[in-house]
Design a protein around this ligand. Structure first.
Ligand code: SAH
Length: 349
């Protein structure tokens, strides 16, 4: 199979072009891939025809193919993208006023067994390559003619998978997305979310180029977290908070904690007070998410008044926002990415 170019950094591209090519050739290809978003190798017209031909003989561009698009009534679009080996993964575009957010996946399926999440039901099929991670962004940007200027575009690595269990590829993809000579996104505009893989949080903190960090907290006590996020048996809540305290934030940065509210499980006033206390000494904000329900998910969504009361309590101690569900009708919202192919009343493009 020909080797994909998308996902290669300058060093990889120099190797792919071979020692006979001048140094600037790699830069030309890099620019075509990540700044000009060419849809095909033949479009890299800055290269001499012969070089282009040689390159195409050994390499493909390697962008994922759009298998399906699902359009939500609220403007959200869910993409089912087909990868080189025929496996499919999901990417979601959420346009909202002045900004566009693309939610990308880091793995096909997910190995973390959170009890409220539909992606967990897939299990892990495999991790994505750096090229498949960057490729999701390139495909969605191109398909929607998205603009990137003025901080319009945000990327969240919150789709299928546990990004910190695929850290090398996530970091490599992030470097390309953040490189001023590459995709040129600001580091404020890309966020990676983890279920709490503690040693990998420490590893990420040592990376000079990295996205913002969000942690899926989802519980206010060790026992409660162990029930709904079994990975807590290995990575204890107290250690998670300690790792967050030690995490080297940049001057402009805060940690984000996501908290999925499950009716009668973790949504009491006492939970809210415990969350505020747990996070009291961190430079953090909280994003509440009322459960997005799904078949086979044994939890219910709390009433809006309960959610509001919870938010009020946390807010006394730290910034606390409510994440609006996006694309519920097409199974595109948080925790719903399970490649649901034919949900009822779904609008296909
Ligand atoms: N595995 C990583 C990246 C996925 S982010 C992580 O866990 O952080 C997906 C977010 O959606 C997580 O914060 C998760 O807690 C949340 N989530 C999962 N299932 C959900 C559901 N059914 N309703 C609302 N949010 C959910």
């Amino acid at each position: 199979m020909s080797q994909p170019l998308v996902g290669m950094d300058l060093h990889d591209l120099r190797e792919a072009l071979g020692p006979d090519q001048p140094q600037y050739r790699a830069r030309q290809v890099y620019d075509a891939l990540y700044r000009r978003h060419v849809p095909d190798l033949v479009h890299i017209t800055t290269l001499p025809a012969q070089v282009r031909q040689d390159l195409s003989a050994r390499h493909s561009l390697g962008l994922p193919e759009i298998a399906r698009r699902y359009q939500s009534a609220d403007g959200t679009r869910r993409y089912l993208l087909r990868l080189d080996d025929g496996k499919t993964v999901e990417t979601v575009l959420m346009p909202e006023g002045e900004r566009d957010t693309i939610c990308i996946s880091s793995q096909v399926g997910c190995p973390v067994d959170c009890k409220f999440c539909m992606t967990a039901l897939l299990g892990l099929e495999r991790s994505l390559t750096a090229g498949e991670i960057v490729g999701q962004v390139l495909v969605v940007v191109r398909d929607n003619h998205l603009r990137q200027d003025g901080g319009r575009l945000n990327i969240v690595i919150m789709g299928q998978g546990e990004p910190l269990l695929n850290l090398p590829n996530v970091v490599k993809a992030t470097r390309i997305l953040l490189d001023p000579d590459g995709f040129a996104l600001s580091p404020r505009r890309i966020t990676v979310s983890t279920a709490g893989i503690i040693p990998k949080i420490e590893e990420l903190g040592r990376e000079p180029v990295r996205p913002r960090l969000a942690i899926s907290l989802n519980a206010s006590t060790e026992e409660q977290r162990r029930e709904i996020m079994p990975l807590t048996r290995k990575y204890h809540l107290a250690d998670l908070i300690a790792a967050c305290k030690a995490y080297p934030l940049r001057p402009w940065e805060k940690l984000t904690f996501e908290y999925v509210l499950l009716k009668g499980v973790n949504d009491a006033d006492a939970d809210a007070r415990r969350v505020a206390k747990l996070l009291a000494h961190l430079n953090a904000k909280v994003n509440l998410i009322a459960l997005n329900p799904g078949p086979e998910i044994p939890f219910e969504t709390p009433a809006p008044e309960r959610v509001a009361a919870f938010q009020q309590i946390v807010r006394r101690s730290l910034p606390c926002f409510l994440r609006k569900p996006r694309g519920l009708d097409i199974f595109a919202a948080c925790g719903q990415l399970k490649r649901v192919a034919e949900p009822p009343q779904i609008a296909l493009l």
